[in-house]
Write a protein that binds this ligand. Structure first.
Ligand code: NAP
Length: 279
């Protein structure tokens, strides 16, 4: 599994990690087995949020006895992101995850509390040893500029944003901004949530033929394409061990420049939208 630095001076983290949104909705045992298989296969970066129902409880079962192997990320809801609310939300997540610290804690999206208050809470949590680093999610460059003014350089570990073959808006400005400031980009919904390109579409056929050339699957090619830039990691969600194993194997798949060009043409980036798309 390829690893990448999680922010300036940050630790090395698996380029392909594991998302957990809706992971609590189906068979819990299968979900725990999927996460465990993913960890075994090197997908040690695990993403969750207080918003994801019981996902934190599912993760607690999957990481029991192996907390040190994983890079654990959770998120505070904007409606809780006051100075005091951020701290109590983090403490609730730690309890549900049955751990004493998060490796990174994110503001899920920008809300109405001043960034100064949320950042002050993040700093307090770091000082208390409850989080190792902090970042944000769904921040466009204007929000990132403001955040940088509040926090200063080398403080923002990551920005988690929507990125898949059919939604490449972050390539215009967010990825360059993050690369310039040493902020890791974590691509969420890398399979389009529930809208992965079908092999019968023109672009899907390109994906399929590249996959065949590598004896890989279209989803593995997609994950490799999305993480082609040095600062980009991704967190597909899988509820079965088979899916997790397939996704993890993408961490070693290297596409040629020609294949990257072909995908770039097939799945057009499109113009820069007025606001950053999010789910
Ligand atoms: P996703 O990862 O793009 O797609 C998940 C779908 O792909 C599920 O239906 C899953 O099915 C399927 N899948 C996964 N691996 C597969 C495989 N190898 N073969 C066939 N199907 C496969 O969607 P997502 O859950 O929206 O995004 C990933 C994670 O990003 C989330 O879980 C969450 O942690 C994070 N996220 C963050 C935000 C944010 O605002 N920060 C927003 C959205 C998502 P099975 O479940 O049946 O395996």
């Amino acid at each position: 599994m390829q690893t990448k630095a999680f922010g300036n001076n940050g630790p090395q983290v698996s380029a392909i990690g594991q998302g957990t949104w809706y992971l609590d909705r189906g068979d819990r045992k299968a979900a725990v087995a999927a996460l465990k298989r993913g960890i075994d296969a090197g997908m040690t970066h695990i993403d969750t949020a207080e918003m994801y129902g019981d996902a934190e409880l599912v993760i607690a079962d999957a990481i029991a006895g192996r907390r040190d192997e994983v890079f654990l990320v959770s998120k505070v809801l904007p409606s809780n992101a006051s100075r005091r609310g951020t701290i109590t939300a983090c403490e609730r997540s730690l309890k549900r995850l049955k751990t004493d610290r998060l490796d990174c804690y994110l503001l899920h999206w920008r809300g109405t509390y001043p960034l100064e208050d949320t950042v002050a809470a993040f700093d307090e949590l770091i000082a208390a040893g409850k989080i190792r680093s902090w970042g944000v999610s769904n921040f466009d460059v204007e929000d990132l500029d403001e955040l940088l003014d509040v926090a200063g350089e080398d403080k923002i570990a990551c920005n988690q944003v929507l990125y898949h073959l059919q939604e490449r808006a972050i390539e215009h400005a967010v990825i360059p901004w993050c690369a310039q400031h040493g902020v890791a980009v974590v691509a969420y919904s890398p399979f389009g949530h529930n809208d992965f390109p079908s092999a019968s579409s023109k672009a899907g056929a390109v994906l399929q033929s590249i996959a065949q050339a590598h004896k890989a699957t279209p989803r593995q090619v997609a994950l490799s394409f999305l993480t082609r830039a040095p600062s980009v990691l991704t967190i597909p969600k899988a509820s079965s061990a088979e899916h997790a194993a397939e996704n993890a194997a993408a961490g070693d798949l290297k596409l040629s420049a020609g294949e990257i060009d072909a995908l770039d043409q097939a799945f057009a980036r499109g113009p820069k939208p007025r606001s950053l798309p999010m789910l």
